[in-house]
Write a protein that binds this ligand. Structure first.
Ligand SMILES: [Zn+2]
Length: 254
């Protein structure tokens, strides 16, 4: 890897030997990259204590010798997001989003809209202006859209009847097919996962259009619960892995 200078979010940090850290960074220029921060633990002045999880940094890396990991040579703090690390609940949300990005992203492939989305939700989580649960719904829906895995919430995934023409107030959701099913195509009433019409509309709105406007959508407590249950089943199913941090988040909620 040649020299890299980029904005980057610190997704993961693992101790290596006595003194070094191995970092997983999500960079604007090259997507997910691993880098080694030498002497990061013993010499705080080397990186000025900026290598904190979920921080937005400006980093410079050079190629590692003999095919080794790229080496972090400079890191400057752009946004520390201290409100996230000071609150274990917020930390749990940020960990879940960071794990989704880590699992899905290809090493070295830039995905600027995903970088912007993650930076946006981390900043909003830090400020605490929106509900953490609503931010998580926003992140998951838009993440899935950017990955090409967005749930089909517009028509029945079997007979293609438009959702507006589905008569009942709730529609069932077919997880393996990734879409809604109308009364005729879904399981009998009362079985399987269901979404109410109002929640379906709100999920459509947060997935599409301007990010700032989407972040202002208010969910009713019932819609929030329904959307959360739905997405936290959909994401592990379609990423083919249950994020460890999702289990921790669910335990914290109790
Ligand atoms: Zn149908």
């Amino acid at each position: 890897m040649s020299e890299l200078v980029s904005s980057a979010i610190l997704l993961r940090r693992i101790a290596y030997g006595d003194d070094d850290l191995i970092l997983t960074l999500f960079s604007l220029q090259r997507g997910k990259i691993a880098a080694i921060a030498k002497h990061a633990k013993s010499s705080r002045k080397r990186f000025g204590g900026v290598l904190e999880l979920f921080s937005l940094l400006s980093v410079a890396c050079r190629s590692g010798r003999r095919g080794g990991l790229p080496v972090l040579v400079e890191a400057e703090l752009k946004e520390p997001f201290p409100g996230i690390r000071a609150d274990f609940r917020k930390t749990a949300f940020a960990s879940y989003w960071a794990e989704m990005v880590t699992q899905w992203s290809e090493e070295g492939q830039a995905v600027a809209p995903l970088f912007q989305l993650l930076a946006f939700v981390l900043a909003a989580l830090d400020r605490g202006e929106s509900s953490d649960e609503a931010l998580s719904i926003l992140f998951q829906m838009r993440f899935l859209t950017l990955c090409g895995l967005c749930p089909n919430l517009h028509h029945c995934c079997v007979c293609h009847t438009a959702v507006d023409e589905i008569r009942q107030t709730t529609a069932s959701f077919n997880l393996p097919r990734g879409g809604l099913a109308c009364q005729d195509c879904g399981p009998p009433q009362g079985e399987g996962m269901t979404l109410s019409r109002g929640t379906i509309k709100q999920l459509q709105w947060v997935a599409e259009g301007d990010l700032r406007k989407a972040a202002r959508i208010r969910f009713s407590p019932a819609a929030l619960r329904e959307a959360r249950t739905f997405l936290e089943a959909f994401v592990p199913y379609h990423l083919h892995k249950e994020p460890r941090s999702l289990r921790i988040l669910q335990q914290i909620r109790g």
